[in-house]
Design a binder for this molecule. Structure first.
Ligand SMILES: Nc1ncnc2c1ncn2[C@@H]1O[C@H](COP(=O)(O)OP(=O)(O)OP(=O)(O)O)[C@@H](O)[C@H]1O
Length: 237
């Protein structure tokens, strides 16, 4: 995906002032940034929930700028929003099959691949989603996103509020998602150390703009903090 000059906001407030970024095929790319930087706004624009004021985004050769959410899903952009939004009174299997609504003919084979990726879900296939732990619900939300056969998966803070052991288990799947499913991933995270070892490339979102940074900067708390607070840091050019 290639995003160019994306501007978005709410009412009088402009939150994104011209975002340029790139996610390559089968790449896991992280958007890092402090609270309120605009990470969710970016995800919501790219998935059609918030309308942009300017800018374009393309998936491969296709201009998908401003399409409504259901058409973006069909085009291959699938959003797993912050907060593990599963259907609580439906089973794990029902939640997963709902994710395949755009491609019902291929739901069965996809289900097997998702259950291979998350064996915890396979063990709980008939259980209501509301009875899963927080980490298992997050796996279910990601699994449901994969059921739609995305080309690009947008993950908004997938580790928020999870116990450390489940954080590792969820994030360890990122590379596997790219490699096994042939999917590109754009993941928004506040915690750089979580994304550091797992993503291929990194951007920092501050003041409504993004800057590409190297893994070294991501691993350097002081450098990141100075970017977050606007006191300058190493750029990767
Ligand atoms: N629906 C909305 N209406 C008005 N302002 C909004 C709305 N959603 C977000 N904002 C504002 O836009 C700014 C960016 O918010 P956003 O949720 O995109 O940031 P974020 O980086 O995802 O933050 P966090 O890490 O805390 O989730 C904030 O100032 C927020 O108050």
């Amino acid at each position: 995906m290639t995003v160019t000059g994306l501007v978005a906001g709410y009412g009088a407030a402009e939150v994104l002032h011209g975002i340029d970024l790139e996610v390559g095929d089968r790449e896991a790319v992280a958007i890092l940034g402090p609270n309120g930087a605009g990470k969710s706004t970016l995800m919501n624009v790219l998935s059609g929930i918030v309308r942009p004021r300017a800018g374009t985004w393309r998936l491969g050769d296709t201009d998908v700028t401003g399409l409504p959410p259901h058409r973006l899903v069909r085009a291959g952009i699938v959003h797993v929003p912050e907060g593990r939004q599963v259907f609580p009174q439906m089973t794990v299997k029902e939640n997963l099959l709902l994710g395949a609504f755009a491609r019902p003919d291929r739901g069965g084979s996809r289900l097997a691949a998702v259950l291979d990726l998350f064996p915890r879900l396979a063990e709980r296939i008939g259980q209501d989603a509301q009875t899963l732990s927080g980490g298992e619900q997050q796996m279910l939300a990601i699994g449901r996103g994969l059921m739609a056969e995305p080309a690009l998966l947008l993950l908004d803070e997938p580790t928020l509020g999870l116990a450390p052991i489940l954080v590792d288990e969820v994030l360890a799947r990122l590379r596997q998602i790219c490699e096994t499913f042939g999917v590109s991933v754009l993941v928004a995270e506040q915690n750089s150390y979580l994304a550091g070892g797992l993503c291929h490339r990194f951007y920092v979102l501050t003041d409504g703009s993004v800057t590409g940074v190297s893994a070294d900067v991501v691993g350097d708390d002081a450098a990141l903090m100075s970017m977050y607070t606007g006191s300058g840091a190493d750029r990767k050019d």
